[in-house]
Design a protein around this ligand. Structure first.
Ligand code: ADP
Ligand code: MG
Length: 209
């Protein structure tokens, strides 16, 4: 795992966002202001333009470069939140092994940082409703001694179930909360984009191993 791996994961995440642009745009039109996917795509394009810098360094510094780039290019609520995810992971990568347990803690640290930044846990109908269950399952599987292959097979399924569960939730954070009860019946756009990126990254890691 190094900067090249980070960039390959970014490429996989970027491709799935491009492929699902219309759907995510529609979700944010229904319960937000419609900009979520365009915020993310702007960030992905900026990361692509930083390819050489990301690919040329180790895992932690690569995550750091990506975090700073996201902070300076992605607007909306999601810019600072994805910055926190990558920055939290970058910090944790300095003191964790490059194995299943190490990556579980690195991811969990990133998700914790998002929670602190957005002051949100589970149940508010946000990206946290995908990120937290995935981070928890990852850590549970790691402590039970699961292999990378088992983890990469399971996490996309946890992400998908969790994303679908946001449909019936009442939004209590972000723009969607302004809709109150009318926020129910729509999947949260940040939950959908996070789930798609998790699935794409896991899929890439499976086929690259
Ligand atoms: P904005 O709402 O400012 O237009 P985006 O459209 O880029 O920002 O992102 C909206 C997504 O951000 C939501 O779908 C939700 O998943 C996520 N979100 C909003 N507020 C929070 C928060 N406090 N914590 C975690 N995620 C949040
Ligand atoms: Mg928005």
């Amino acid at each position: 795992m190094n900067g090249k791996t980070v960039m390959a994961c970014i490429d996989a995440a970027h491709a799935t966002l491009v492929a699902n642009t219309d759907e995510i745009a529609l979700l944010d039109q229904q319960i937000g202001d419609g900009d979520h996917i365009f915020n993310l795509l702007r960030g992905m394009e900026a990361l692509t333009a930083t390819r050489a810098q990301i690919e040329g360094v180790a895992l932690g510094p690569a995550l750091d470069v990506a975090a700073m780039k996201i902070l300076s290019t992605v607007g909306g609520s999601s810019g600072p939140l994805f910055f926190s995810l990558l920055n939290g992971m970058a910090k944790a990568s300095a003191h964790n092994a490059m194995d299943v347990a190490g990556f579980a803690s690195i991811f969990a640290a990133g998700v914790d940082a998002v929670g602190q930044r957005g002051k949100t846990g589970i149940g508010s109908k946000t990206m946290m409703d995908v990120l937290i269950p995935v981070a928890r399952r990852f850590e549970e599987m790691a402590s039970a001694g699961a292999t990378a292959a088992e983890v990469l097979d399971t996490l996309p399924r946890v992400a998908e179930e969790s994303m679908l569960a946001t449909r019936d939730m009442l939004a209590t954070k972000g723009r969607a909360s302004f809709l109150g009860e009318r926020s129910r019946g729509h999947i949260d756009p940040g939950a959908r984009s996070s789930q798609l990126m998790i699935a794409a990254v896991c899929g890439w890691l499976v086929q690259s191993n």
